[in-house]
Design a protein around this ligand. Structure first.
Ligand SMILES: Nc1ncnc2c1ncn2[C@@H]1O[C@H](COP(=O)(O)OP(=O)(O)OP(=O)(O)O)[C@@H](O)[C@H]1O
Ligand SMILES: NC(=O)c1ccc[n+]([C@@H]2O[C@H](COP(=O)(O)O)[C@@H](O)[C@H]2O)c1
Length: 179
C-alpha cells in the first residue's frame, strides 16, 4: 500500500492541479492533499481561506477512485521542522509529490522520496494568472474544475479579491499602516 502526499496553496485549485492528481493516482493507492499556507487568506496572493479551499479541493477530486484526504497545513517560521510539522497533521505517507524546489529539498533532507510531475498546460494553468484574470474580469472559469468556479461564486470570492486588490487592504494591514 502506497500513500502519496501533494501540497499546494491552491489559490485557487485549477485544472493543472487536477491533472497532477490524475497523474499521482496512477502511482498510489491513497492520496493526501495538503492545503498549504492554511493560516493565510484575504491577500491578493492568497485570497481564499483554508475552509474555502477544502471545499474546492474536496469537490474537485470527489470522482477520483482512490481514497483521498484533504488536510490544511499552516505555515511555520522554521523550514527545518516543516516536514515534521506536516507529519504531525497528516495521515502518514510514503512519497511526496511537488514541483516546488524548496518543498522538494525539505522532504528529501528528511529522507522522504519525492517525485515531480510534468507541468500541464502551464501557459494557461497558473494560479497567479487566474487571479489576474479574475481581477481583470477576463475569462477564467474554463481553467478550473466546474465545481471550483461554483464554490468561488458561492462565497463571492472574485468580489473579495477585487476589494482586497482595489483598496490594497491586506498590504496596508501587513505593513502596519492600519495600526
Ligand atoms: N499547470 C500545472 N501543472 C502541474 N503542476 C502544477 C501546475 N501549476 C502548479 N503546479 C504545481 O502544483 C503545486 C502547487 O502549486 P500552487 O498552488 O502554487 O499553484 P500555482 O499555479 O503555481 O499558483 P501560484 O501562481 O499562485 O503560485 C506546485 O508543486 C506547483 O508546481
Ligand atoms: N516553513 C514553511 O512553513 C514552509 C516551507 C515550505 C513550503 N511551505 C508551504 O508549502 C506550500 C507549497 O505550495 P506551493 O508549491 O503552492 O508554493 C505553500 O503553502 C508554502 O507556504 C511552507
Amino acid at each position: 500500500m502506497t500513500r502519496g502526499f501533494y501540497i499546494g496553496r491552491f489559490q485557487p485549485f485549477h485544472n493543472g492541479h487536477r491533472a497532477m492528481v490524475d497523474h499521482i493516482v496512477d502511482e498510489v493507492d491513497e492520496l493526501v492533499l495538503g492545503i498549504g499556507s492554511a493560516d493565510v487568506s484575504h491577500t491578493v496572493r492568497n485570497p481564499f481561506t483554508a475552509g474555502e479551499r477544502v471545499m474546492m479541493v474536496s469537490k474537485a477530486v470527489r470522482d477520483v477512485d482512490v481514497p483521498t484526504y484533504v488536510v490544511p497545513i499552516e505555515d511555520i517560521d522554521r523550514n527545518a521542522v516543516w516536514v515534521s510539522h506536516i507529519q504531525s497533521m497528516s495521515p502518514s505517507f510514503d512519497v511526496a509529490y511537488s514541483n516546488n524546489p524548496l518543498v522538494v529539498q525539505l522532504f528529501e533532507e528528511r529522507g522522504i522520496e519525492v517525485r515531480d510531475s510534468p507541468m500541464f498546460d502551464r501557459d494557461r494553468l497558473e494560479g497567479s494568472d487566474i487571479r489576474d484574470r479574475m481581477l481583470a474580469d477576463d475569462t477564467w472559469t474554463d481553467r478550473v474544475p466546474d465545481v471550483v468556479a461554483e464554490v468561488i461564486d458561492e462565497f463571492s470570492g472574485v468580489q473579495r479579491l477585487r476589494t482586497i486588490a482595489k483598496d490594497d487592504v491586506s498590504e496596508r494591514w501587513e505593513s502596519g499602516e492600519d495600526d
